[in-house]
Design a protein around this ligand. Sequence first.
Ligand SMILES: [Zn+2]
Length: 361
Amino acid sequence: MILHSTHVYAMGDHPRSTYNPVRVLVVKNARSIELRIKGSYKKVDFNTGTLLEEGKALQKTAIHAQDISFNGIKILPEERTRLYVNNRQFRGIIDILKDEEGKVFVVNHIDIEEYLYGVLYHEVSHLWPIEVLKAQAIAARTYAMYQKLVTKNKFFDLTSDVYSQMYGGRTSETRSTRKAVNLTQGIVLMYDGKIFPSYYHATCGGRTSDVTTLWNINLPALKARRCDYCKMSPHYSWKKEFSFDQIKDKLKASGYDMDIVSIKVMERDNSGRVLDVLLEGKDSDMHLSGNKFRLAIGPNELRSTNFEVRHRDRYITFIGKGWGHGIGMCQWGAFGMAREGFKAHQILEYYYPGADLVRVE
Ligand SMILES: [Zn+2]
């Protein structure tokens, strides 16, 4: 028998009428993790649900890969119990599992609303106006529900890093982010009656990008929009200089081994983002998509694909605009809109044109 943890948790004194769980990968590729529990808990076999241990508290304990049986462990805390993995507190249930390479990974099963409590802090400043936080809560809820619908992974729906939505567990909650989640409880964005991947990014730099430039999705709610609201963003414009050797090393590390002499932008989309880069080498040339090139150089160094290239001696300078892929809501733009008095639903209507706000409970 496979124990459905979600049911166990839902049967407790959960304050909400519906329990809509998401599974979030919170630790991966680890040799060991540290677990600490303050309060009553049950430890069961992940696959069979057999009770392995019952306790009132657990001192900080290292769990190594070799301590985990093939089946894995599930920790079921009681309502008031505080559970910590690597000193970070998590609500909900924790699975401690082992991957094919024998490394430890941890999955947090948590109600989507409580999950969002732990997301917002990392995605926007908790000091921003409540209308931005509400817009962000709705976008993040929609994104999580979309991932839950489409995920193919057997063990989790979402990761907790920049490639999905940042999530820091209970440790990352603040009063204002909890409030924004509660005020928008159950509300998601839909287009044509369907939940869609409501992408968002830090700063568009003047114009958001059409989703078709990155992914093969044709969705009117993810079309490019002009954005006059993010000019105060510290990422609105930037400059980054590299030596040719640095560029060469970065490209090599990403599998593009060439002796580069120049970089030329060949094609841009209608938002100004680079679609095609020509890398000219001593012996041969190579084309890369703007996105692949950005990932190869490092997405935090080359903050967007909206850049110009300047060559000087043995240096290449990128002069760019914005931070992130540019699709969907511009977070700094949302901040700018809220400061001008726009409400959360207006911010979302602006960045996801034609989308409806629907309460799903
Ligand atoms: Zn913007």
